[in-house]
Ligand binder design. Sequence first.
Ligand SMILES: Cc1ncc(COP(=O)(O)O)c(C=O)c1O
Length: 628
Amino acid sequence: MNLYSVKMRASRAGEHVSGAEKIVEASAAAATAARLVERALNHEKGTPDFVNVKLSAPGEIIRLKALAVTNNVVASAAEGRELAIELLERDGIARAREIMELLPQTHSMRGAMLIDADTLERLDGDGERGVRATCMDDAESSVKGTASGKNHYAEAMVLATKVQNAPGIIGEICVSDDPAYVTGYVASPHLGYQRISAIKEKGDSNGGRIFIYRGRREDVPAAVEFLERQSVIVEDVPVLDSPLPERRFSGIAAELTAIERAGLMRECRVLDKASRSLRRGGVLILSANDYLSLADDPRVIEAGVAALRRDGAGSGGSRLTTGTYPVHRNLEAHLARFNGCEEAIVFATGYMANVGTIQALVGKGDAILSDALNHASIIDGCRLSGAEVVVYRHGDLSDLARKLSLCREYRRRLVVSDAVFSMDGDILDLPRWLEICRRYDAFSMIDEAHSTGVLGTCGRGLAEHFACGHPDVTLGTLSKALGSEGAFVCGSRDLIRYLRNKARSFIFSTAPSPAAMAAADAALSVLESDPSRVDKLRRNAAFFVEELRRRGVVVETATPIVPVPVGDEHRALAASQALWGRGILVPAIRYPTVARGAARLRCAVCAGHDVEELAFAAQAIAEVLQTV
Ligand SMILES: Cc1ncc(COP(=O)(O)O)c(C=O)c1O
């Protein structure tokens, strides 16, 4: 192959404007020279008064494989700089932050500062000139150019690849001096080419380049020789995604970074069956909503398996088309009997039950009065309904009454509340609340997700607990104390018929699986035949609370939900991680589930825990809170 080095240098009043060097085939030399002249004449820094183009034979050439590219999209220049520092630090360049601060001392993009990674001593001798990495091939032939004709990315990739192949070089920081170009990069042999979408503010022409060196002083000249004189061709420069998807996803990437920084990132923890028991060498799960430990009950499992065999894995259609099986109807009849209501309707999840029911009951022209700490699925149901939403202070029934009195003009009023508040463990004062709803002729709706199977002597929920009447709408879940999945609404015959015809999450969704229905039905039978489980749950909860208090951990609750207040999100996360390290799974509940600064460890006691486990957990929590 007949190769030429095409060099272009442009200046104005003796000041460098633009420069580039490309190694190209002879056939492309003229076009490359013309393109480089074009670039010089149209440079953002101004028109040059001197442009020099030189063609020469390149000498011996080394072929290098392009660095791997990672495209980091950040929300701001500040975030980009932090990321650059973080990446280099992770790569063993401990003083990356100080090195970054040296950037303004570099004079131009042409001359890079060469610096010792550990002592930060300058090794390029002449502080004005710097080290000039040149003699590279023209990468623009392999990747598409930008509108201005200067493909920053391709050039930078080629340069970075050469630099990271120089002896002793362990990293590079590069920030462009082009005021319009905010993208920069850090590179190292391990990190590859880490492109950072913003590393300086737009309009800022302070750019620079730093090569980071680790090795013997006497070997520095060899590194400089390689950088300045060795001709290289970089192969396989990866094509960068077009800028469009980058921008499309940049908001998402930025939000993820913000979530991470605020200590609010959530991930799914995988727990297989075998790992779900401390006694079996796994972890102690102190956060499940399986309050009666029925998810593991052999009778419940058997019922599910039998339905799976009999009716198949999926129901194959929505309830109103082909998805209703005897198991669905049997469970609905059972739930109605258990709750002392005329009828019941089953939904696939509690979330869908809340959204569908609220949306069916109220709409534009109606008002919803909703407790400030209601579950997210209630909040979403309220929002989707289109009704006016009036939030009353948590548990403050005087506030409710006052606000209801101002809503007389609305067509319908719906008052909705959790029965047990899932993150605080406190209980709605149902008798007083019902009285207020009746006084203002408002529909009353409670969500018994955490009270079904938990409150009342037989686990029938809030009405049994207070020995009072039922609200108009009682919603409960099959996914918590009943150990399965799905949810239900109980009420009058008309209410349930109405929901069957109006609740969109019921109508337009596949019916819950027969196995889940049969398992829930069996769980209900176990609960009815042996209400002592409810008592065991209550005793366990009281024991755990006492164990915590004995160790100085202040907790407040009226149910098996035992929130341990921590406050700071990072601290709560650290506490949760420390407990995980001791074999205890308790999640850190953080914003947006609870208010910012009100993070907590949400412990949930189950009937299946034994007192040794609970004492062990209380001790661990008390110790961990001392250390985080
Ligand atoms: C009060 C409350 N309502 C509804 C739900 C949603 O139920 P599901 O998980 O079955 O969707 C939950 C919890 O998940 C809850 O805590």
